[in-house]
Design a binder for this molecule. Sequence first.
Ligand SMILES: NC(=O)c1ccc[n+]([C@@H]2O[C@H](COP(=O)([O-])OP(=O)(O)OC[C@H]3O[C@@H](n4cnc5c(N)ncnc54)[C@H](OP(=O)(O)O)[C@@H]3O)[C@@H](O)[C@H]2O)c1
Length: 378
Amino acid sequence: MSSTTLPATMKALMVDSPSQPLQLKTVPTPSATPGSCIVKILAVEADANTPHILKGVPGYTFPANFVPAAHAIGRVVTTGPDATVLRPGQLVMLEGFIRPRDDPNEEQILWGLTAGLTPQSLRFMADNWAWGCMAEYARAPLENVYPLDEARLCGSPAEGGLGYAVENLLHLPTLLVAMGGLRAIDVKPGERVIVAPATGGFSGAAVQVALAIGAQVVAVGRSRESLLKLQGLFPPGRVQIVQVTGDVEKDTVSLKQFGPVDAYVDLSPPEASNSTHLRSCFAALRKYGRACVMNIIGQDVAVQYPLLTWNSLTVRGQFMYEREDARLMIKMAEAGVLRLGEDGGNEVVGRFKLEDVNEAFALAAKNHGVGKLVALVP
Ligand SMILES: NC(=O)c1ccc[n+]([C@@H]2O[C@H](COP(=O)([O-])OP(=O)(O)OC[C@H]3O[C@@H](n4cnc5c(N)ncnc54)[C@H](OP(=O)(O)O)[C@@H]3O)[C@@H](O)[C@H]2O)c1
């Protein structure tokens, strides 16, 4: 075991049970166990949806004495005996997709967010991972901790660094969800990919990652103003926009006007389950095109069965991502092709201490959308 001294207690934002307030508490600092490490949290995202989820929303469950959030950047303090690459002092990204080692394909939880809906997954979170990252320290599964090249990402540009602040790196876990979807259908450099919608937090991330992969993006949305704003975040010519009119045939023509469409990533929120864009986007795909659907909680959607057959389409669902996606995405950021600063369409709109979490949530709610985040810096 590799270790550095930890304080006996730490501050953590904890909710006793759903609908109870989030409170800053002093609790024992966790210690590393086999399969885990302790990370000093340098920045953790204050997601605008968190207060809503903590009130108890159908589909989201969490155990008693819950510490929310898992999108974080930190520094390894100590590791369990089975760590092979992680070592104290390393700058790391944390993400929240935890799969039990003895059954990674069945019980899956989103650390700091939801334990899922089976008794096994609820127990798995309660017994092991009830505390997320809104704290001074977090005990994290080794599998969810990724080393970052600090000299390259945070070093000064004069010395070959990219000059990011630690908070800029907090964009990585959101971009990773998009990376999972784009890689699931193997989007390649030069290909044309529809991202629909394109103006949300995760969907905007899909635009950013698709551009970093080298794809051409057709961004779809209801609001021309939001689409123009999105387009303006990137160099001219990289993002084409199509405003949904509700006329499926007309919108399909608009989507195809830029050339053959190779792929389509759908990140619709539940409210968009009846949106006509779903039909237009499938219809716009070229023969042998690929689609990735990522909406998590919505409703059944009618599919154009004959179209799938005649056009030999591949439709793939994707929940979260694979570890290889994370490694590759970090390499893209370190290479400088996935931009985490304003030139990549990203902005850290505020930084708050744990004590000021409610102010952080309020600012995040006002700034929900492409590339924007609010950081807690414990
Ligand atoms: N598969 C996964 O692993 C995974 C992980 C995370 C999230 N997700 C899914 O991704 C979804 C989107 O996340 P997000 O953060 O991008 O959401 P978001 O920030 O809430 O934005 C979604 C976008 O959807 C559009 N929209 C809203 N209501 C609509 C409606 N009734 N009809 C058509 N479009 C509508 C809006 O764009 P315009 O107003 O510009 O049209 C909005 O910008 C989530 O709801 C979740 O289901 C999946």
